[in-house]
Design a protein around this ligand. Structure first.
Ligand SMILES: [Zn+2]
Length: 188
């Protein structure tokens, strides 16, 4: 009886840790496109060079996370017209809590083009704590680009949590174990 109780309590302690919580959007890149994801910040984007600098760091945080099926990002010099493109735009809307959002163009469940829209009002108002905060938000959006949806089961301990609490509360600006497991489920 004592042995049974011990096992039961171990299950209680470890069960949540072993459960994968990530959620998938249902959209994903073909393995070919995943290795050639070209990104481009619109010519008329506000803070274009700053966004390019931070986006590059955010994209790198998703590269080489997994041994097989790892995404590769590279910057395009001109607006890409072909498949496997990430187009980045800015807008200025201060009456909103939205920091950024994505829109998918798909072919069935395959991603073709993903547009990221960055609200620059929070940037202008000094909302971001530091560069890593903005990087965290872009890395979160890249999670959406790759096919991950919001995950809230464990609170703001993962990058794909639905608000920027992952940075404000946890200083998380790179994919965490659960985010990585989502990537493995998609492409690994
Ligand atoms: Zn999101």
């Amino acid at each position: 009886m004592r042995k049974l109780l011990v096992i039961f309590s171990l299950v209680l302690v470890f069960y949540p840790v072993n459960v994968s919580a990530y959620k998938l959007s249902g959209y994903y890149w073909s393995s070919w496109n995943l290795r050639h994801l070209g990104w481009w910040v619109s010519d008329d984007a506000y803070y274009r060079d700053y966004i390019r600098f931070i986006f590059r760091r955010a994209a790198e945080s998703w590269e080489n996370l997994i041994s097989k099926g790892s995404p590769n990002f590279y910057e395009e010099s001109f607006r890409p017209h072909e498949y496997a493109s990430i187009l980045i735009y800015t807008y200025n809307y201060s009456d909103s809590d939205t920091l950024a959002y994505v829109k998918f163009t798909t072919w069935g469940s395959k991603l073709v083009i993903v547009r990221i829209y960055i609200n620059i009002a929070p940037l202008e108002k000094g909302y971001y704590i530091d560069d890593y905060h903005f990087q965290a938000v872009l890395a979160h959006e890249i999670g959406h680009v790759l096919g991950l949806a919001h995950e809230s089961r464990y609170g703001p301990t993962v990058l794909m949590y639905g608000s920027d609490g992952y940075y404000v509360k946890g200083r998380i600006y790179m994919p965490q174990e659960d985010d990585r497991n989502g990537l493995i489920a998609l492409y690994g």
